[in-house]
Design a protein around this ligand. Structure first.
Ligand SMILES: [Zn+2]
Length: 344
């Protein structure tokens, strides 16, 4: 398997100071890929900048100009969570362009699959607003780009970040060509993502929200992937699968309460890879969203690469969650979502 990755030091220049979403995240990932020599097995994909025209497939032109202007003025806080430095606009257009390049490499058959190791992350960014550490919605831009350039009728976006990808949902809420399926802690930041948010008009049913109470772990995630996401993906029959890969779902993550392990992330990656092989000639692009425990993040991204490369050996240095939560059975939630989405 030929697996590509996008990375460039420009992503470190989005300087967020002491913020949890810092350049240390990508440094930890690159470091583990180098130490384990996994990097030598991967194909580097050189990013480029996304053009204003490409960004404007998802974002309002005034908003794009506002972000560029904010960077030129030295950066600062855009909201209570999201901060910019002078180089953040450049990093952000390289992040969006990097994911475009990863998608092109997969679509053109240069690699079998790819992973965008980019920042700032993207799935909270809406047409007109930076939110939740995100400036431009990388995955939504890549989806729109792929649909336009390769005339794709259907793209599946799977989002397993612990937070709901409100920006991605909004970008495709009325677009039946994109199936957006998200697992997330709920109620939680950013507040959206209830089961009855399913899309509008002709796109009704092409948004699938799977809101979890804090405390769910590998077993619940696997149940939901097997019983909801896999059958929904088969019915939708995409030409390309994009993944908003957020590793803040790990049990050791400081921001949230889900209990996934590195092994669980590998199992999820294996299911998604299987779907891509079954439905769309393996065409699969991951992009980095959250993940704030550096050890868990690096090990989980490495495990994802191992799965993409076809390796059976997963190294889980942190093991299963040591926490014991009293959580409700997942069965009623799965039943309710199956009913809403007419999944047998
Ligand atoms: Zn997140």
């Amino acid at each position: 398997m030929k697996v590509g990755y996008v990375y460039d030091p420009i992503y470190l220049k989005h300087d967020t100071g002491e913020h949890v979403e810092s350049s240390k995240r990508l440094e930890a990932i690159i470091s583990i890929l180098e130490q384990t020599k996994l990097k030598q097995q991967l194909t580097p994909i050189k990013p480029r900048t996304a053009t204003v025209e490409e960004l404007s497939m998802v974002h309002d032109k005034h908003y794009i100009a506002h972000i560029q202007d904010a960077a030129q003025r030295g950066g600062g806080w855009l909201d209570a969570d999201t901060v910019m430095s002078p180089d953040s606009y450049q990093a952000a257009i390289y992040a969006a362009g990097g994911l475009i390049k990863a998608t092109e490499a997969v679509m053109d058959g240069e690699v079998d699959s790819a992973f965008g190791l980019v920042r700032p992350p993207g799935h909270h960014a809406t047409s007109q607003r930076a939110m939740g550490f995100c400036l431009f919605n990388n995955v939504a831009i890549a989806a729109k780009y792929a649909m336009a350039k390769y005339e794709l009728d259907r793209v599946l976006i799977i989002d397993f970040d612990v937070h709901h990808g409100n920006g991605t949902q909004a970008a495709f809420y009325d677009n039946p060509q994109v199936l957006y399926a998200s697992t997330h802690q709920y109620p939680f930041y950013p507040g959206t993502g209830d089961i009855d948010e399913t899309g509008t008009g002709a796109a009704k049913g092409t948004t699938i929200n799977i809101p979890f109470p804090g405390g769910y772990g590998d077993a619940e995630y696997l149940s939901v992937f097997e019983q909801i996401i896999v059958p929904a993906a088969r019915r939708f029959n995409p030409h390309l699968i994009l993944v908003s890969a957020g590793y803040d779902t790990h049990w050791a993550d400081p921001l949230a309460m889900m209990q996934l392990s590195v092994t669980g992330f590998a199992q999820i990656a294996r299911i998604i890879k299987g779907l891509a092989e079954e439905l769309c000639s393996g065409r699969l692009v991951f992009t980095l969203e959250g993940g704030y425990n550096l050890i868990a993040l690096a090990a989980s991204v490495k495990a994802t690469f191992d799965v993409l490369l076809g390796s059976a050996n997963i190294d889980d240095p942190l093991g299963p969650s040591p926490h014991r939560f009293t959580t409700p059975s997942i069965a009623p939630l799965i039943k309710a979502i199956k009913e809403i989405h007419n999944l047998a």
